[in-house]
Design a protein around this ligand. Structure first.
Ligand code: FAD
Length: 488
């Protein structure tokens, strides 16, 4: 079976790796990976500069979702896995130009601890009262999908949307709480609302269940001397996320990986899928579409216009990262913790800022500080048109204003500044996403020999993209086996 993989981001690479594994195990599999850019990795791109790891795109993945760490171990990168420095895990929200720590006990946006919630400066007394009364919410059957903002506002009020839900979603994924689908982005909360009414009570019950389960599994395990490896809420790779891309590429058959080769047209014929790229048209039995959904929509629109439109209808946001490397001696003391998030109401260009050298130890040389700003997002796309110098100046000014000029003096020149623009890179799961996915899945199945993988469908983070890429390849290998059994 000849498979074309369109897009060499992490989803496409994971798919190619899975096909390569099947081939090594004796399956009659061939693949060609088409990547439009000169480099592989898509949004993942990092480099090491004077000993400091600088991530242009994602800096880590969520540890709780196992697909990424599992793949790293499979590729021999187990020793490079580095947990976040959770002993110093503190995140602040900018409120009236001051940093206010997120209260202890927040789970999926839901405050679960009474005392920290009562004492926090993040919320006004009115919002705190609403949070207390939220415990009395009666169960509510889940009806139509709604936005995250609507769900959170119904339970905790508008201030909780402005100071909690929106900054968390925009600071992490450049999303907009008023657009994102509650059912897709926060399915656990939607379930909890229909079972318990109160999200706080639902979250506490889930927490108790999880603790019981963990205690039971701990009791069941034989108690040896080996201590479990430390786990952080996030995991990265010591040499940068690029290590994963490089390790995947090293496993692939070089002649089957075509960089700088955008697929320009796609056609479904009796004999299979005709793919035009780099001035050549080739025939394949199957296609894994691992480009962004908008690019997949443009190509597949020629085969099935409705599918093309559905894919093109998945919204995307753009973002910018700015890495600043400082000599620590030139700065005052940065606040403890991983960094801060900026609510849209603060009217700033920055959405979030990470103190990189604090979040992951051992990736920045001693005496240096790496401060990474995240800008743009669904609400501020126009920033992409600004020059690097203008963006760097904006970040330096906002850092000084938010952290204080004694911490980031205006005159403190970074030793290195790096700007990366990510146009239409992050899919946004808008209200109605699940219904759209049902329609897309049905149309994809009707075409035969086609799979979709990537951040637009069932999880935006790296682990989900890996899971979907590998799954797409496994399904095709399985279907190939079934077809050859039927023939023989
Ligand atoms: C700034 C930023 C920070 C992020 N931070 C995190 C994080 O910390 N943790 C986390 O888990 N996730 C994070 N994400 C999200 C995560 O990185 C992405 O969702 C994921 O990497 C997307 O992978 P993908 O393979 O689906 O798509 P992409 O990486 O977008 O790859 C798609 C590829 O398809 C190629 N392509 C497009 N059209 C064609 C064509 N016609 N022919 C051939 N090739 C084509 C593109 O050039 C691209 O290389 C972040 C994303 C960004 C942008």
């Amino acid at each position: 079976m000849r498979t074309a993989i369109i897009g060499g981001g992490i989803a496409g690479l994971a798919a190619a790796y899975e096909l390569e594994k099947a081939r090594a195990a004796g399956a009659a599999v061939k693949y060609t990976l088409f990547e439009a850019r000169e480099r592989l990795g898509g949004s993942i791109a990092s480099e090491i500069l004077n000993g400091a790891v600088l991530e242009r795109g994602p800096d880590s993945f969520i540890t709780e979702k196992p697909a990424a760490a599992a793949l790293c171990r499979e590729l021999g990168l187990g020793d490079a896995l580095t947990p976040s420095n959770d002993a110093n895990r503190k995140t602040y929200i900018v409120v009236r130009n001051r940093l206010v720590p997120l209260p202890d006990g927040l789970m999926f946006l839901i405050p679960t601890k009474l005392v920290p919630t009562a004492l926090t400066r993040l919320f006004s007394p009115m919002t705190k009262l609403r949070m207390a009364l939220e415990l009395l919410h009666p169960p509510r059957p889940s009806g139509h999908d709604e936005s995250v903002a609507t769900l959170v506002e119904r339970h905790f009020g508008a201030e909780a949307v402005d100071r909690l839900a929106d900054p968390l979603l925009s600071g992490i994924y450049g999303g907009d709480a008023s657009q994102l689908s509650a059912r897709t982005v926060l399915p656990k909360l939607v379930e909890m609302e229909s079972e318990y009414g109160s999200l706080t009570r639902g979250m506490l019950a889930a927490h108790r269940k999880m603790r019981k389960k963990m205690a039971a599994s701990h009791a069941a395990k034989p108690q040896g001397n080996a201590r479990p490896a430390p786990r952080g809420i996030f995991t990265t790779l010591r040499g940068g996320m690029q290590q994963l891309v490089d390790a995947l590429e090293a496993r692939l058959e070089p002649a089957w990986v075509r960089r700088s080769t955008p697929v320009s047209a796609l056609e479904k014929t009796e004999g299979g899928w005709k793919i035009a790229a780099g001035g050549v048209t080739e025939l394949f039995d199957a296609v894994i579409m691992a480009s962004p959904a908008w690019a997949a929509g443009e190509l597949l629109g020629a085969v099935d216009p409705v599918l093309g439109e559905e894919l093109g209808g998945i919204p995307y946001s753009s973002s910018i990262t700015v890495n600043l490397v400082y000599d620590e001696a030139k700065l005052g003391r940065l606040p403890d913790g991983f960094g801060f998030l900026v609510p849209a109401s603060a009217g700033r260009a920055m959405l979030a800022c990470t103190f990189v050298h604090r979040k992951f130890l051992g990736r920045t040389p001693p005496g240096k500080a790496v401060v990474r700003a995240f800008l743009g997002g669904a609400k501020n796309e126009s920033l992409l048109n600004e020059s690097d110098d203008a963006l760097i100046a904006t970040v330096r000014r906002e850092l000084s204003e938010i952290l204080g000029s004694q911490v980031i003096p205006r005159e403190a020149e970074p030793e290195h500044a790096q700007v990366s623009r990510w146009r239409r890179a992050m899919a946004q799961y808008a209200v109605g996403h699940q219904e759209r996915m049902q329609r897309i899945t049905a149309r994809v199945a009707a075409l035969g020999g086609l799979r979709l993988a990537g951040n637009a469908y069932d999880g935006i983070g790296i682990p989900d993209c890996i899971r979907l890429g590998r799954q797409a390849a496994q399904e095709l290998v399985e279907s190939g086996k079934t077809a050859s059994q039927q023939v023989s």
